[in-house]
Design a protein around this ligand. Sequence first.
Ligand code: ASP
Length: 353
Amino acid sequence: MTENANTNQNHASILLIYTGGTIGMIENPETGTLEAFDFRHLKDHMPELKKTEYRVESCRFEPPLDSSEMGPEGWRRIAEIIAGNYSLYDGFVVLHGTDTMAYTASALSFMLENLGKPVVLTGSQLPIGMLRTDGKENLITAIEIAAAKEKGLPIVPEVCIFFENTLLRGNRTRKMNADHFNAFRSYNYPPLAQAGVHIRYDTSQVYYPLLRKPLKVHYGLDPNIAILKLFPGMSPCVVESILHTPGLKGVVMETFGCGNAPCDEWFLQLLKEATEKGIVIVNITQCPAGCVEMHRYETGKKLPETGVISGHDSTTESAVVKLMFLFGQGMGTEEVKEYMQCSLIGEITVGDK
Ligand code: ASP
């Protein structure tokens, strides 16, 4: 456990990347409407920042994106900005809408291989220009985390999400609440830090690369992925229409409990036909917490026989993006299946690849 009271990294430099979302909104004093914040005048709008001696510079997406419109193109832009400025800053804070923040964090965690500096995503439920905003605290603490070092090395050299009081591993996080300030959870992995009077880092949970290698950015992402969420009474034509999607390469199948599904012959047959065509079907539980164990029940046991593989304790967000990433590297079916069952960067609880 490391406690950081922010005393010894006053000259850290941080790049703030504003992609869009509620956090960057401020009320225009003349019209009363909410407009995108001008980050060139960040310190004027947030005098709190003047108390730090960090060098905080910013850049922004033009136009800013609601995170519902974020996807591979936006992820590539963020990765490109980080790569282009990597040697110039100690850490990066990505301001992002909360709705799809977990997907973006997962994507960046795979795209930024050998990451050795913090990339902290944050946002807010209320615009930064509103009196009760949660944005100021989120932003200031995210900057502190991105700047935090011990013995000259970053404390959290990971892609993570900071929200409310908690720092979570990005590819383990889900948005769980549309209203509350405390909107994100990581059920299958402990927090990396808790922010109270001090920021308490649990360094035993942080991913530290064994060897320090140069950052390598992977831009290839294949969008031919689908989510198949099971529900009782699902009709064959719905399953068929998803599995027969032209060009489909990977499916995240959200099953019941610890990875169970109906045993109807038509259903198992459709899965088998799809995997035989080379489609990778990954079994993820619909439960917010816990792990897939297909051997526990008869209703799970039949799935591996159809070629479905376990997604272990992955979030849906992380599994979707990991499939995009692996197919985007030009991998074939067998290789993708192998990598889906290993941890690339701490996204599932199994051995590392
Ligand atoms: N719809 C917004 C977005 O995700 C909500 C937010 O910023 O939290 O971009």
